[in-house]
Design a protein around this ligand. Structure first.
Ligand code: KG4
Ligand code: ZN
Length: 341
């Protein structure tokens, strides 16, 4: 089935066209188009996303991106993110999807999707559709530990299957992406901070400052990144000549140590066969490499989205919508700012 998917939960306006097939054990996705228009430059002066600017830009950009994607006449499903995200931004996508369904695609099914499920399923997006035996589609990859890390969320999951999971823990304060963004700001680096920290860290010394690894040795699977962020703030206050690259590298190492340490411990405790990484922070090379190496050391499969599907995109929304259709589950077509996994 052909899915036209729309994502406007934050500061990316995205539309994708995805051919989805297969059942719940072996869903397959062929991404035909994946268009993303980032508003980053407009929000950068404010150091974060301004909801009303996001709304205005989504309204302006959606028709332009749709004409780029040129979906043709045959669309079986129009899918749209209904949450979580910024409410005014979510509504622009929902209204646009409803309008398309009334106008251009009257026969299409309208499906509301969960943005976080989209992130979680984005590791499925670049599989080779020609090779149904590829490991990623093998039910034996479960149980898996899922680590979902974005600008708004830091969640550790135990996945019994693609559609059944239990939340093992989540952040008690800042999300890890938010900590990257805030530390970048302290260092005078532009928004969004994640890629900037990574760039600065590449030539810095990760052992320069021994920042705390919050909750790494606690028995639970919750996270806390606000204390780590504050440690960087105090360090910068007390060391006026601190080297930006060293601070970036030391902060990144502390964050990665906590994420990898906890994911690995969960994998051991629950005898997982795989670790699945997802969300915008999954774009971080140090996190990917460290978690991939740890997974190999533990004899586990490691799955992470290919680069264009880490940060917000609409192809992942098509995947979430398709899996939801297979589960015969539907969602309200209203903005649900706090929708969870
Ligand atoms: O998933 P995403 O695009 O949006 C949300 O749903 O939040 O994630 C955005 C977050 C931002 O905090 C951004 O700084 C972070 O992902 N990010 C990174 C990297 N690329 C994006 N963090 C660390 N390293 C990166 N390379
Ligand atoms: Zn996201």
């Amino acid at each position: 089935m052909k899915i036209l998917s729309i994502e406007t939960s934050c500061d990316e306006t995205a539309i994708a066209l995805v051919e989805a097939s297969g059942g719940i054990k072996r869903p397959r996705f062929k991404v035909l188009k994946n268009a993303v228009s980032s508003q980053v430059a407009l929000h950068a002066p404010y150091g974060g996303v301004v909801p009303n600017i996001a709304k205005r830009e989504h309204i302006k950009n959606l028709p332009i991106i749709l004409s780029e994607v040129a979906p043709g006449k045959k669309v079986d499903v129009v899918a749209v993110t209904v949450g979580p995200g910024l409410e005014p931004a979510l509504w622009t996508g929902i209204e646009f999807a409803k309008k398309l369904r009334r106008g251009a695609f009257p026969k299409a099914k309208l499906v509301g999707a969960n943005h976080m499920e989209g992130h979680l399923y984005s590791f499925l997006l670049d599989q080779k559709t020609e090779n149904p035996k590829s490991k990623i589609l093998n039910p034996k990859i479960y149980p898996a530990v899922g680590l979902v890390v974005s600008g708004g969320h830091t969640i550790l999951l135990l996945m019994k299957s693609l559609t059944e999971w239990k939340k093992l823990g989540e952040t008690r304060d800042d999300a890890v992406g938010e900590a990257f963004d805030k530390v970048a700001r302290m260092l005078g680096l532009p928004y969004p901070g994640g890629p900037e920290i990574q760039r600065a860290a590449a030539t810095g010394n990760p052992e320069a400052v021994n920042f705390p690894r919050p909750m790494l040795h606690d028995k639970n699977y919750d996270f806390s990144f606000s204390g780590l962020k504050t440690s960087v703030l105090y360090y910068l206050r007390d060391h006026k000549n601190a080297n930006t690259n060293d601070i970036a590298a030391s902060f990144q190492k502390a964050a990665v140590d906590v994420l990898v340490g906890k994911a690995a411990r969960a994998a051991r405790q629950y005898k997982a066969r795989s670790i699945v990484l997802a969300g915008g922070v999954a774009a971080n090379a140090s996190l990917r490499e460290t978690l991939a190496a740890k997974s190999a050391e533990l004899g586990l499969n490691f799955f992470a989205p290919s680069m264009q599907f880490n940060t917000d995109n609409a192809a992942m929304i098509a995947a979430a919508a398709y899996i939801q259709i297979l589960k015969k589950k539907s969602r309200r077509m209203t903005a649900q700012a706090n929708l969870s996994l």
